[in-house]
Design a protein around this ligand. Structure first.
Ligand code: BG6
Length: 470
């Protein structure tokens, strides 16, 4: 691995930061879930007994633990840490008034990271849409939200430019065409003629947000690097039947390449243009100057990779245990590979394939900003240890595959930042699905404990990926 390779880990504000009622923070989409659950609990006790997440107000409480957390990351040898900024901590209502306490908080976090030689990698938008923008403009559906986002990113770049050199725009935005209602609060039935124009409008608005952020970052912080962040859903044909191969290539094009083709060329693909036109929308004709501006070209591509899927004509049972955001592709089980206890297929070679595919196709540096094993198997023993050999095994195999991609296949990879390096709340709505090297005891003031994988990852980083253990 290159000596400058970034070793670290990754988080997001709504799953990790907490402090939702403090420091002048406004209400995000997730805080609104908390508030309505609390209201509901007055008449219904049952939700308290469930471990399904209905309260995002504290999560892992990074807000109060960040100094301790950064010391732990330093001890592991991290050179990079991914986190997101909560939009509502900067603009409590999404637009209008700036919250100086929010600026102060993030400045202190970034400064503490830099003082410990850890590079902040900052996502501008990780799903926590300000509720006020949802209420007033249907979030990403409204043009006003784009204007609000522009002001928000301008403030972030101006305020944090001395500390942050790696920026990510919108988390997993390649999923937006599949989930246009997310972040809008607007439900349009899939069968309605309004659905496609609605979905295209939302998608286009998020694309304006992306291109604007890239351009402004280049204007305001010339020495910074900014990239997109996509959810990978690498698919293999279930069989060698050409029908399965066709379905698979369509899956990969639709879920990954349509989006990246747009971000790298500034234009919707010719096929997308016809589909857009047929739906009655005209998004492909708008904002071309911004999308194709030389400063709107991103510097790298970042992605999450947890598993691969199979696609084919024969429906061999999509996994029922894996009803999570990622499994909505209705993909099929791979008969040759094992699955985690959470039902996700474990495929280390897949990350090497994906790195090669993306690099060959776009010739941009890549950054792995999510990977890891999320399971409910971690147990905090009486003497406060967590033995997680399954996590070490998963990560070891994936890092070995990444090394092969870099050292043997010559893929340019900037870094490896596995997900939830300190335990955080899962986006699938289950706080006991854990990914971390550090255990967070949610029932005892969010106390932190090092898992066995902590010591293992420390050695991996110390040896720049050479010592992966047996
Ligand atoms: C990605 C998201 O989709 O996957 C994260 O960017 C999420 O926010 C992660 O937490 C893992 O998914 P889950 O459902 O296990 O939390």
């Amino acid at each position: 691995m290159n000596r400058n390779f970034l070793w670290g880990g990754s988080t997001s504000a709504f799953q990790f930061e907490g402090g939702s009622n403090e420091g002048g923070k406004g209400i995000s989409f997730y805080d609104a879930i908390t508030l309505s659950s609390k209201k509901a609990s007055e008449s219904m006790e049952s939700w308290m007994g469930s471990n399904k997440v209905k309260d995002y107000s504290t999560t892992s409480d990074f807000y109060h633990h960040y100094k301790e957390d950064i010391a732990l990351l330093k001890e592991m040898g991290f050179s990079a840490f991914r986190m997101s900024i909560a939009w509502t901590r900067i603009f409590p209502d999404g637009d209008g008034r700036v919250n100086p306490e929010g600026i102060h908080f993030y400045k202190d976090v970034f400064k503490t990271l830099k003082d410990n030689n850890i590079e902040p990698v900052v996502t501008l938008y990780h799903w926590d849409m300000p509720q006020s923008l949802i209420d007033r403009y249907y979030g990403w559906y409204g043009k006003e939200t784009i204007e609000a986002f522009k002001k928000y990113v301008d403030v972030c770049f101006m305020e944090f430019k001395d500390y942050v050199k790696y920026w990510l725009t919108l988390n997993e935005n390649n999923l937006t065409p599949m989930l246009p209602s997310f972040g809008t609060g607007k439900k349009v039935s899939k069968d309605s003629p309004e659905y496609l124009p609605f979905a295209y409008e939302v998608y286009h608005n998020t694309n304006i947000a992306h291109f604007y952020a890239v351009k402004r970052c280049h204007e305001l912080i010339p020495d910074a690097k900014i990239g997109c962040m996509i959810a990978s859903s690498l698919a293999y044909p279930l069989t060698s039947a050409p029908e399965d191969v066709l379905l698979t290539r369509n899956h990969n094009q639709k879920l990954t390449y349509d989006y990246l083709d747009l971000l790298t060329t500034g234009r919707y693909t010719p096929k997308n243009c016809i589909e857009i036109e047929n739906s009655g929308s005209d998004i492909h004709k708008r904002d071309v100057d911004l999308f194709t501006h030389p400063l709107s070209k991103m510097d790298f591509i970042s992605f999450s990779y947890y598993y691969s899927v199979c696609v084919g004509e024969e429906q061999n049972a999509a996994d029922e245990n894996a009803q999570t955001m990622q499994m909505m592709y209705m993909a099929l089980k791979n008969p040759r590979l094992k699955q985690s206890s959470f039902g996700w297929t474990i495929d280390p070679l897949g990350i090497r394939i994906l790195l090669n595919d993306l690099y060959d196709r776009y010739q941009l540096p890549l950054m792995i900003v999510e990977n890891g094993l999320g399971v409910k198997d971690d147990v905090l023993t009486e003497d406060k240890q967590v033995h997680d050999p399954y996590r070490v095994e998963y990560l070891r195999q994936h890092i070995a595959a990444i090394k092969d991609a870099v050292d043997t296949d010559h893929v340019e990879c900037l870094g490896y930042l596995p997900w939830g390096c300190i335990d955080l709340y899962s986006a699938s709505g289950d706080r006991e699905k854990r990914y971390g090297f550090i255990y967070v005891d949610y029932d005892d003031n969010c106390k932190r404990y090092k898992k066995d994988s902590f010591y293992w990852y420390k050695k991996v980083i110390e040896s720049n990926g050479e010592e992966l253990g047996d």
